[in-house]
Write a protein that binds this ligand. Structure first.
Ligand SMILES: Nc1ncnc2c1ncn2[C@@H]1O[C@H](COP(=O)(O)OP(=O)(O)OP(=O)(O)O)[C@@H](O)[C@H]1O
Length: 154
């Protein structure tokens, strides 16, 4: 497991982290994005998608659960499980098919516990005195290059 932490002084830094991660993204797998309401999870996804060439708006799919993006490097699915009442619902929305089709970026993965696969990468965002702190843990080889991708602060 590879872990690293980064200080993100402003919104642009959160977007840049998203863009840096997408540059190394695998075609498949699951990225867990955790942090309180307003921690910056959607901002990170926006940077990720913009870095991959997406030019439209990016909003958290709080009510729709899933927002699909067809990108040049393969499909990316943005999920927000905040309103999921039962992890089993993920079976009905076609989780298996999504995992076969592309990479999943999942906000509030704790709501899908037991059904959602373990992450290849976990990004936790926390409010800090000045901006945010990002804590990243890579569990799969595809993301283990983190230290070279980013500038760790510890
Ligand atoms: N590093 C940062 N420093 C300061 N503000 C930031 C930073 N990153 C993001 N923000 C700001 O935090 C606010 C909340 O961001 P965002 O909507 O991405 O949070 P979220 O974690 O997706 O929230 P929710 O769980 O409610 O959907 C936005 O106004 C965004 O501009």
């Amino acid at each position: 497991m590879t872990a690293t932490a980064l200080h993100l002084p402003d919104e642009a830094a959160t977007e840049s982290l998203g863009a840096a991660l997408q540059a190394k993204r695998p075609r498949h797998g699951c990225v867990h994005l955790t942090g309180d309401l307003g921690a910056g999870k959607t901002t990170l996804v926006r940077g990720f998608l913009r870095g991959a060439g997406h030019e439209g708006a990016v909003r958290s799919p709080t009510y729709t659960l899933i927002e699909p993006y067809e990108l040049s490097g393969g499909a990316v699915f943005h999920l927000d499980l905040y309103r999921l009442s039962d992890p089993e619902e993920l079976e009905f929305i076609g989780l298996r098919e999504l995992l076969d089709a592309g990479l999943l970026l999942v906000e509030w993965p704790e709501r899908g516990e037991g059904v959602l696969p373990a992450p290849g990468l976990h990004v936790h965002l926390a409010l800090s005195d000045s901006g945010r702190m990002a804590h990243l843990e890579a569990f799969s080889g595809e993301w283990s290059d983190l230290r070279r991708m980013l500038d760790p602060v510890d």
